[in-house]
Design a protein around this ligand. Structure first.
Ligand code: GRF
Length: 189
């Protein structure tokens, strides 16, 4: 099935998904990267892999509905079936939700509903919790509120530094996201 990844930043999850497709662990086709930050590192990664990229600057549009309508156009042109959010730092609006209802998923670096929103790793670290983790969920109009698909815990050991927690969480993300997407795509086959 045809996937689009939406990302705004470094793209380590993009890399993990691309790699899983290369190895055959994820049986899907990556057809488009959508990125809202013209300077993002993930754009270079996608371009190096020969993946078509749609980059836009939200400031060039007067409303979210306007840029989402343009995104929908690009998604339809590429026959995209699933939208995979991987560090896309914006809420999805009604235009995209109406066209791709139930086919947009996100990864979040905490055990939701704990620590939604920005800097979930920092939030968990500062709260002093002993367990955090990773959540993969369907996307709805809220901030990290959609139905949960998969979760994996990460222990926060005594004396663990914040960067160490971040690395531990990323390690789990890079394994859990491709595996969960594969499960979703093969459900009901
Ligand atoms: C990940 O931690 C993901 O959970 C969150 O944004 C981050 C993206 O990182 N939604 P990367 O750009 O994939 O490296």
């Amino acid at each position: 099935q045809k996937l689009a990844i939406f990302a705004s930043g470094t793209g380590s999850n993009y890399d993990a998904i691309h790699e899983a497709i290369q190895t055959g662990e994820l049986e899907a086709e990556l057809v488009l990267l959508v990125c809202d930050r013209p300077q993002a590192l993930v754009i270079k990664k996608a371009a190096d892999n020969g993946l078509p990229v749609f980059v836009f600057n939200p400031r060039d549009y007067s409303t979210k509905a306007d840029f989402e309508a343009e995104i929908v156009k690009q998604l339809k042109k590429a026959a995209v079936e699933w939208i995979i959010l991987a560090g896309y730092m914006r809420l999805i609006g009604t235009v995209l939700l109406e066209c791709f209802e139930g086919r947009i998923i996100n990864i979040h670096p905490s055990l939701l509903p704990a620590f939604p929103g920005l800097d979930a790793i920092g939030q968990a670290f500062d709260a002093g919790v002993k367990v955090s983790g990773v959540t993969i969920h369907y996307v709805d109009a809220g901030m990290d509120t959609g139905q949960i698909i998969a979760q994996q815990a990460v222990a926060i050991k005594p004396n663990m530094t914040r960067p160490a927690l971040q690395s531990a969480i990323q390690l789990v993300e890079h394994e859990l996201y491709p595996r969960t997407i594969q499960q979703l795509l093969t459900q009901g086959e």
